[in-house]
Ligand binder design. Sequence first.
Ligand code: MG
Length: 216
Amino acid sequence: MKVKIAADILNANEKIAAENRDLFRQSGVLVINLMSSPGAGKTTLLEGTIAALKGRHKIAVIEGDVATTADAERIEKAGVPVVQINTGSMCHLDGSMVQSALSEFDLDSLDLLIIENVGNLVCPAEFNLGEDHKVMLLSVAEGDDKPLKYPLMFHESSALVINKTDLIPHTNFDLEKAVCDSLSINPKLSVFPLSCRNGEGLAAWYGWLEGNLNGR
Ligand code: MG
């Protein structure tokens, strides 16, 4: 019985995600669903990405968090429209939460909408939001065993960003193992090791985003 309820919830979500996707296509906006554990650096990556791209592309952000408007306040300072969704006890965003936030934006005027999901390595990957691409962010401090332990996140994503590479000398994180394990789960992953702190590797990530923006 429990399995059936879970299936019903996921089916209902798929319908709303499809509605969102139609709306995004009509508006010509590229939508990224950014997922990671808490503290991996999603908001910091967004701040850098906005600073690098906002001169050439119209960007907006949806911030998903269990509580607080702290991340939305950071994005607002970065100078783009942002809506905060507080999920309360929910560990992920779903299609209806995103749908209810869309009226806050002029979608037709946007090039890129980035949805920062709730920090969690499990549930966000199960709920489509209507996005073009899921992007998984893994930080060095979390350990190189995460791809094999939480494979769905890596399986569902188009790109894997490995953040905090400046910390590698201080950890036993094996970058080659993390990349190999991730590609064994999903050979199509584009992988971007980078450091939001010192800027190393960020240009390749921006290049991937701009490639997708130009290919819309
Ligand atoms: Mg955040």
